[in-house]
Design a protein around this ligand. Structure first.
Ligand code: UT7
Length: 336
């Protein structure tokens, strides 16, 4: 007979205890971009809802932005870096294949005395919700008492300023949350999945392999079949939102906030319609000033709603991320 293995279990439930964001200093208005893509401020605003975005300067690296956001999240949670039992970093714009940027962040933050387990995940604009899912399960499974989840991007590094379908969309920034134990359920069941058949719809233009074989090739940028992704988001992701509500046993009318990935204001509006969200439920519209910051967009929008008073601590919110992969994840949460 095999030796019995002693299992470990964690808290009955988990919740988000604190949130923090970092927005780069430089504000880039539409007017700075339109000439190269033969566009207009009016077109960009009406088709995407974006007025400005932030682009990181040389000093605002993935690590520095993450440390700033994480520091705020820890302070909000009232948890010390020492107490963090794992660091998860969701990003697709850390431009070094290995090691994971999470280890550098954990070390510099002093997470778990600088030695906390740390790893990156690549789930694009769903990265934050994927990380939240792992953190929830870790806290409940007993692998860590407190988990730091960071969504961070420097999308300006991978943006082609001459590409009409992407040049105006992306922005830079970082958002972080601390997930810890709770007596009440604070993170609902995740509804998540992928659609690899459509992996080419949002993609890095050139693989590292192709670049190795042809050093003359242009540095990679992100490409997107905008209309295809737009239709997928409007039709399929609204259903995922509803499934996440159903899984948590929460009605749309019971929500205190709706915080979808900030991909396009028109996608958000279509989701509101499909969910029959009552008009008095506050909806994150951070995209107007921040653009689409992929993995950072949901925690950044969450922080803004809490700081502005649009949503209150303890309220019930639906978060939902979707993007390159294609991948998606959504869950109902209690706001920190
Ligand atoms: O975060 C990951 C997930 N990403 C998303 O969810 C993004 C999803 N997609 C989108 O948000 C939208 O597809 C875009 C905002 C990227 C584009 O908006 P659209 O309404 O889908 O534009 P379109 O590509 O259908 O183009 C409409 C028209 C075309 O002109 P005609 O053929 O109607 O005369 C384009 O040539 O707008 C033209 N156009 C532009 N005009 C000015 C396309 N890009 C531009 C531009 N400026 N940048």
């Amino acid at each position: 007979m095999s030796a019995p293995i002693r299992p470990r279990s964690g808290a009955p439930y988990a919740r988000i205890m604190g949130v923090g964001g970092y927005r780069p200093v430089r504000v880039v208005p539409n007017s700075e971009l339109i000439e190269r893509i033969d566009s207009s401020d009016e077109w960009i605003q009406s088709r995407s809802g974006i007025k400005t975005r932030r682009w990181a300067g040389d000093e605002e690296t993935v690590t520095e932005m993450s440390l700033a956001a994480a520091g705020k999240a820890l302070a909000h949670a009232g948890i010390s870096a020492e107490e963090i039992g794992c660091v998860i970093v969701a990003t697709v714009t850390h431009l070094k294949q290995t090691p994971a940027v999470a280890t550098d962040i954990a070390y510099r933050l002093g997470a778990g005395g600088g030695r906390a387990p740390a790893f990156d995940i690549s789930a694009a604009c769903a990265g934050f919700c994927y990380g939240l899912t792992l953190a929830n399960d870790m806290v409940r499974g007993g692998s860590a008492e407190y988990v730091l989840v960071i969504g961070v991007e420097r999308l300006s590094d991978l943006t082609n300023p001459d590409d009409r379908s992407t040049a105006f969309i992306f922005g830079d920034g970082a958002g972080a949350v601390v997930v810890g134990p709770s007596e009440e359920p604070g993170i609902g069941p995740v509804v998540w999945g992928s659609d690899g058949a459509n992996s080419g719809t949002i993609s890095q233009s050139t693989s590292w392999e192709a670049l190795r074989d042809n050093p003359e090739a242009a540095f990679p940028t992100l490409t997107m079949e905008g209309q295809t992704v737009f239709r997928w988001a409007v039709w399929e992701m609204a259903k995922v939102c509803q499934e996440a509500l159903d899984a948590a046993g929460v009605e749309a009318s019971q929500l205190d906030a709706f915080i979808p990935h900030q991909a396009n204001m028109r996608i958000t509006d279509a989701m509101i319609k499909a969910l029959k969200l009552p008009p008095d439920v506050p909806v994150a519209r951070d995209i107007a000033e921040t653009g689409n910051t992929s993995a950072a967009s949901i925690p950044l929008a969450m922080e803004r709603m809490l700081e502005s008073g649009e949503a209150a601590a303890g309220g019930t919110a639906l978060v939902m991320g979707f993007g390159a992969g294609l991948v998606y994840a959504g869950q109902v949460i209690t706001l920190p």
